[in-house]
Design a protein around this ligand. Sequence first.
Ligand SMILES: Cc1cc2nc3c(=O)[nH]c(=O)nc-3n(C[C@H](O)[C@H](O)[C@H](O)COP(=O)(O)O)c2cc1C
Length: 424
Amino acid sequence: MPDPQNRPGLDDKLTLPSGLVLANRIVKAPMTENLADADNQATVRHERAYRRWAEGGAGLLIMGNLMVDRRYLERSRNIVADRHLDIDRLARVRKATGSTPVLAQLGHPGRQTNRFITSKPVAPSAGDAVSMLGLFGKPRELTTDEIRWIVGRFGSAAAMVEQAGFEGVQVHSAHGYLLAQFLSPRTNRRTDEWGGDVPGRARALLESVRACRSATGPGFTVAVKLNSSDFRHGGFTEDDAEHVVRLLADEGVDLVEISGGTYESPALLGLAGASDASEAGSVKEAYFAAFATRARQAASSAAGGAVPIMLTGGIRTRTAMTALLDSGAIDLVGMGRPLALDPDLPRKLLAGEDGRPLPSYALPSVLGLAGESEWYEHQIGRLGDGRDPDPKLHAATAAARFVTGEGVRGVREGRRRRRLAASS
Ligand SMILES: Cc1cc2nc3c(=O)[nH]c(=O)nc-3n(C[C@H](O)[C@H](O)[C@H](O)COP(=O)(O)O)c2cc1C
């Protein structure tokens, strides 16, 4: 825990265990840009959006959801970091941010791959489809060979990201994607070494972290995004999460970002009604603040030494950010949606402005998540076009665009994607 007399301010530097120096405590959280081309390569739209975010003043930018397996995307226009990746084009995104460091988030969606991408997703165990309007197929169980292959893909993707000049990767193990499915006893009912107790369920995550480490050089940052809980009965709990933070600290990861929830319980966007915000005292904005204190303790008591903690979800005002840093529970403040709507917000907060709550764009029912995230994805698309965000877009229009956009691209581009995947 930091010295209580010497709490960090928002504009204080932070050096990660990897040696990476961040100019301040504000991080742009990873958000799927959906801006890749039909071959899932980085584009000039990524470059424009990331240039804009770098100019906005955050100390660290995290790119959303680069996929490690072309067959299973989270969105049709994710960047895919497989052997077809055009590293020069990805490198141009990093160059666009100048002196601001960037991590690339690596992920595999597992059962959270929509039907337009594939009707046959994979998961740690066979089970129910994600229950959202029939948009997801029923997953089949991965074989042990397939799990090892996926773990290796995290490593090879990290090596490409390093070659592209990025400062590091973030392994996505939150929000109900594949590595989070391994962590959850609800979606991982395996009885082999990839399931069972917490260390067994965390094996896929830890091996993926190791693969990233061994494929990259010293000084390359390896971070992890982790749920505090998946807010589902019989799922991954805060006790499990605390244990995993200890394992990650023993593993020597450079940063843990705390979030929560899944597609079926979208606490990450504050939509599940299950977050611990109401218990967070003076920092009610932060959905997962109470767990951050537990994570901090777990990270500090582990053999590997203290791991910096980043907290993301619902944080909006300078007052809350300062209170969180003051509490000693966290080192970095992550923000997603506010920076899609106002990319210059970090600079304003660092200059002393207080920020403000965001209006809600949620729709009732399961459309809530699609409507909310697509609304912000649309704003990111505008940044990619070199335009300003458009706060007037209706949430229903955004949700409809998600379904039709993914549908049309899924049909038009699916066959080509499968052919490329088969050759990789
Ligand atoms: C459009 C959109 C896309 C997102 N994509 C990702 C992603 O690719 N990876 C990830 O870890 N989180 C993703 N998130 C979640 C954010 O990183 C963050 O956890 C969430 O928005 C809560 O933070 P906020 O309240 O500051 O927005 C996404 C959120 C939005 C709105």
